[in-house]
Design a protein around this ligand. Structure first.
Ligand SMILES: Nc1nc2c(ncn2[C@@H]2O[C@H](COP(=O)(O)O)[C@@H](O)[C@H]2O)c(=O)[nH]1
Ligand SMILES: [Mg+2]
Length: 528
């Protein structure tokens, strides 16, 4: 097998769960180990939006791609990018020069929105106000931005079909390619296939990406010639759980199955979450990948073989492997009575989290790999953030003073000297306000650029939560940077959210005091 395949999936699980012991030997670092149960570094913490008591959870489900298996975007998404370009050129008549293009995998981020018709890429806040906008790779001026998206009377929903949401890491390549095509079309109008407006170009890119996922362009590069979805899952999970070899021709021992009660491949989420969607559920025969019919999960005897091969779940029952089906089958197989007994861990805010939460009421945990860097950076920039807040307050105060003095000048009966003095005072304040405003804007921009040179902080847009953060807050009960962070907490942990704050509460109960109190309480030592 080609060695380069090994770099497609990051081995984050083992990187996280192991740390060198005093004798240099790698010890597992999990909650129950002697090194576990201690202070968890900020990038690995699990954050809670909604109370969740793990004692009430009967089943924990894990999505695989980008949840258990962290593909490395610079390699994996580059494959999607290159495969898509080939399809655009060879199947859809786009010019050959696209073949020379390259992909900057760091340019696009999750949470962006593509305006398909106008060829724009947008970042918006939780109120859906567009705060950062690019046409292709060209930053839009404030006037253009406000002119296009600023009409508060016609509130756009910024959803399909006119907009596309970049809400999974799988979409980074298509967003980048769309921006490249927009720039290309603008400077080479005759070179793009006839009648291909921006929206048509997006449609072509989407269809080509989709086809890369369907026809094996991507999966065949991760593991040579996977024979089925099960085969692919098996190779990836075998790699993650110990073998570290991505090879479908290798004889697997299926050891990884011992960690699971049920495995479902080809579930076709989010359709899977609709209980009424009674898609057929097939049992998968692990060695051959052969599918057998089931009656709602109960194996149907094969012709010429009266004894069913698998048994319904009971304690110590072996893992059952299925393909297809829907949530109704799963609940039945796991004897789930209430959907709040299921915690589902996934990376896709829409396909994994929003649908399972809204449609079913499952408890949810979102994996956001970008979060680790974001919170560490946030911590290192905490003093700059405080300064920014002070500058903003100063700007507010100066503006209030200016309003006050202008009012005074207009409505008070002043003599010439008083008028002159007040006018001079206003001029002085206005010049101070301009200084503070300029440096505030500049410092704020610099602070955001430390997170990402174009799009800033993932979870913020200016002072507001980003649209992505807003969705995380609404639909993910828990969120964290990696699934393996669960091993750093007790399996019976009662996750509790922090207190909500409304603007009127901030000055009464300043956050700074809260930090002091928190530190005070966490500083005590456990005495054995
Ligand atoms: N047909 C398409 N498949 C896609 C696309 N983007 C991702 N994918 C595939 O979905 C699953 C995601 O799996 P999960 O385990 O995270 O639920 C994976 O097989 C991808 O290849 C797409 O645009 N079209
Ligand atoms: Mg996924």
């Amino acid at each position: 097998m080609d060695e380069s395949y090994k770099t497609i999936i990051g081995d984050k699980t083992s990187e996280f769960q192991h740390m060198a012991g005093s004798d240099g030997v790698q010890e597992p670092r999990i909650w129950s180990s002697p090194e576990g149960g201690r202070k968890i570094e900020i990038g690995k913490q699990i954050f809670c939006n909604r109370s969740l008591n793990m004692r009430n959870i009967l089943a924990v489900g894990f999505d695989m791609d980008y949840t258990l298996a962290q593909y490395i975007p610079e390699t994996f998404e580059s494959l999607a990018y290159e495969g898509t370009i080939k399809k655009l050129v060879y199947d859809l008549g786009y010019p050959q020069e696209l073949l020379g293009w390259s992909f900057d995998w760091k340019y696009m981020v999750r949470g962006l929105v593509l305006d398909k018709k106008r060829g724009n890429i947008l970042k918006m806040d939780r109120h859906k106000y567009v705060k950062v906008a690019y046409h292709g790779f060209q930053e839009m001026s404030k006037e253009e931005k406000v002119g296009t998206y600023g009409n508060t009377l016609i509130r756009d929903s910024f959803d399909e079909p006119d907009y596309a949401l970049i809400d999974t890491l799988f979409s980074l390549a298509e967003a980048y390619l769309f921006a490249q095509l927009v720039d290309f079309k603008d400077s080479n109008p005759g070179k793009i296939p006839e009648r291909a407006d921006y929206a048509r170009m997006y449609k072509d890119v989407r269809a080509a990406v989709d086809s890369c996922h369907r026809d094996g362009t991507l999966k065949q590069t991760v593991t040579k010639d996977p024979r089925s979805l099960w085969d692919y899952t098996n190779v990836v999970m075998d790699f993650l759980c110990g073998s570290h070899v991505l090879d479908s021709s290798r004889a697997c021992n299926f050891d990884w199955l011992m960690y699971f009660d049920i495995v479902i491949t080809g579930s076709a989420k989010p359709g899977f979450f609709h209980e009424d969607n009674r898609a057929n559920l097939f049992e998968v025969e692990p060695e051959s990948g052969m599918l057998r019919n089931t009656d709602n999960g109960t194996p149907m005897p094969q012709v010429g073989n009266s004894s069913p091969r698998i048994v319904l779940k009971k304690s110590n029952a072996p893992c059952q492997i299925f393909q297809g089906g829907s949530v109704g089958h799963l609940h039945k197989l796991l004897s789930i009575e209430s959907s709040s007994q299921v915690l589902y861990v996934g990376d896709h805010i829409y396909g994994d989290i929003l649908r399972s939460k809204k449609v079913l009421g499952w408890r949810t945990m979102l994996v956001v790999p970008e979060l680790e860097r974001e919170v560490k950076l946030l911590w290192s920039l905490r003093n700059s953030r405080k300064l920014l807040r002070l500058m903003r307050n100063e700007r507010d105060q100066i503006e209030d003073q200016i309003h006050h003095m202008k009012w005074f000048l207009k409505f008070e009966d002043l003599n010439v000297d008083q008028k002159q003095k007040t006018s001079d005072g206003i001029d002085e304040l206005e010049s101070r306000r301009d200084q503070v405003r300029t440096s505030h804007q500049q410092d704020q921009r610099e602070c955001h650029q430390k997170f990402h040179k174009i799009w800033g902080q993932l979870m913020k847009t200016g002072y507001q939560n980003s649209r992505f953060a807003h969705q995380v807050e609404r639909f993910a009960c828990l969120y964290t940077s990696q699934v393996s962070n669960l091993s750093l907490y007790s399996p019976y942990k009662y996750y509790r959210p922090c207190e909500d704050f409304m603007p009127h509460e901030f000055d009464i109960l300043p956050l700074l005091d809260l930090v002091m109190v928190t530190l005070h309480f966490t500083d005590f030592k456990l005495v054995k």
